[in-house]
Design a protein. Structure first.
Length: 455
């Protein structure tokens, strides 16, 4: 079974895409036109692989950002999600501390850490006020394991910075001391840290769970911020942190300043978000035959008949001449399967098998991403062996597939075939984050007294 990076390599090796990747490495501005939304995270992953510095991916809104980030995690598990600034529903309401800490933590990482970091954000977030790099450097203290620490001096700094001395840490901006153990919950951390001292030497640094107080991760280095997000200090717009050597990607968000633009339409036309026009609107096309050959993505070629038939399944589509289809990604045209359709609906199932046969006879490579090994085994049982054997199955969580005619590659997702996870993954992650936030807010150990009963 091949892994996901193999698919990245296969598509990146296609001549039209490889040429544009070389342009990006040379510092040129590049546009990828007619890239269906489901393929945009994948293409961004290919582009980001060649970056040596930070990569900024800008989405149109929060919903697009959630979906994009969820899909990008398949190719870049370390991709960062920059939460949008919350608008208070009630006057005087405080911002969510989890989102504020996550935002500050990402800003701190982007301004201090070296190397490549991929961050996904909304276009509106570019104008958000954040601490400057110089401000963060003035506020941060770096602690390293196996180095000496003046505990009393650190405690004085925490007090001066507004940290609250508590018997037990329960919220950000607090610290607790028990003998040679110092617990600190910095303003930008997702979890508090426990620093154990042997005399004046840092013996260990561990992150621990706020509720169970159990250590969850060992660290060699940690950074504490002496000030709550530097809210009263010098700030700048988030976009001001973007350096000249950083790679900027516009994911269909109309961010024209980006060096790389990935759009579902054409750069040179005023076509809508789909980038498609009907035959009646294609006045610039010489004739219908030329337009149909463009829709097939490879003029005069019969080997991509499956891709053109998949596109035509959506409707009678005729692209305008002059648009760039060399690196276009399209929907596979199989439509959506409701739960159980793949098993009980013989018509839809046979149409799927017929498409697999066309791809196989046309020399296409088919990749299917399944949620687990069980789904892979089930598909093997349902698909005829002659069609299933050439398919590359990979365990992964893609919400939707796509086709890339330039490399004759089709990517499918079990979420579409079985109808089990469709349209729920982004929402599930968002709900899980909200549930975790609510749970942490409700638990406050400072309200417990000696001899209280705890269930």
């Amino acid at each position: 079974m091949k892994t996901a990076p193999d698919l990245l390599d296969q598509i990146a090796a296609a001549a039209p895409l490889a040429a544009k990747l070389e342009q990006i490495r040379a510092g040129e501005a590049v546009s990828f036109e007619h890239v269906v939304a489901s393929a945009q995270p994948f293409l961004s992953g290919i582009v980001a692989r060649g970056a040596k510095h930070r990569v900024w991916v800008v989405c149109a809104d929060v919903r697009a950002q959630e979906t994009f980030h969820n899909e990008l995690l398949q190719w870049f598990p370390e991709a960062l999600f920059f939460p949008a600034l919350e608008r208070a529903q009630v006057e005087g309401a405080l911002p969510d501390p989890e989102s504020s800490a996550e935002r500050l933590g990402i800003v701190q990482k982007l301004t201090t850490a070296k190397g490549r970091h991929v961050v996904v954000l909304t276009r509106a977030s570019l104008d958000d006020e954040v601490p400057t790099a110089a401000t963060l450097r003035q506020l941060e203290i770096t602690l390293r394991r196996a180095t000496r620490l003046d505990r009393e001096a650190l405690l004085q700094q925490l007090d001066k910075a507004g940290y609250e001395h508590m018997p037990q840490v329960t919220a950000r901006g607090q610290y607790a001391v028990r003998g040679g153990i110092l617990d600190v919950f910095s303003f930008h951390h997702a979890l508090p840290v426990r620093i154990e001292l042997f005399d004046d030497e840092i013996e260990s640094i561990r992150e621990f769970d706020l509720d169970s107080q159990i250590s969850v991760n060992h660290l060699d280095v940690c950074t504490l911020l002496l000030g709550e997000a530097a809210s009263e200090k010098t700030s700048c717009r988030l976009s001001d942190l973007i350096a000249d050597h950083d790679l900027t990607i516009d994911a269909d968000a109309s961010w024209f300043a980006a060096r790389v633009r990935i759009v579902d339409a054409s750069e040179g036309t005023g076509i809508g978000t789909s980038g498609e026009v009907t035959a009646e609107d294609a006045d610039d096309a010489d004739n219908a035959d030329n337009a149909e050959r463009m829709a097939a993505k490879e003029p005069q070629s019969s080997s991509v008949s499956s891709a053109s038939s998949a596109s035509s399944a959506v409707g009678s589509i005729v692209p305008v001449l002059g648009e760039d289809y060399s690196t276009a990604f399209f929907d596979h045209g199989l439509g959506q399967f409701e739960a159980g359709d793949f098993v009980v609906d013989a018509v839809k199932r046979e149409r799927f098998f017929s498409q697999l046969r066309e791809w196989r006879e046309g020399g296409w490579r088919v990749h299917v991403f399944c949620n687990n090994e069980g789904e892979i085994e089930r598909l093997h049982d349902l698909v005829p062996p002659v069609e299933a054997d050439p398919i590359t199955f990979t365990v992964g969580t893609l919400a939707a597939g796509f086709t890339f005619p330039a490399a004759k590659i089709a990517v499918l997702s079990d979420a579409e075939l079985f109808g089990r996870y469709r349209n729920t993954r982004a929402r599930r992650i968002a709900l899980r984050r909200a549930r975790d936030q609510a749970t942490r807010v409700q638990i406050d150990f400072s309200e417990l007294n000696d001899d209280d009963y705890v269930v």
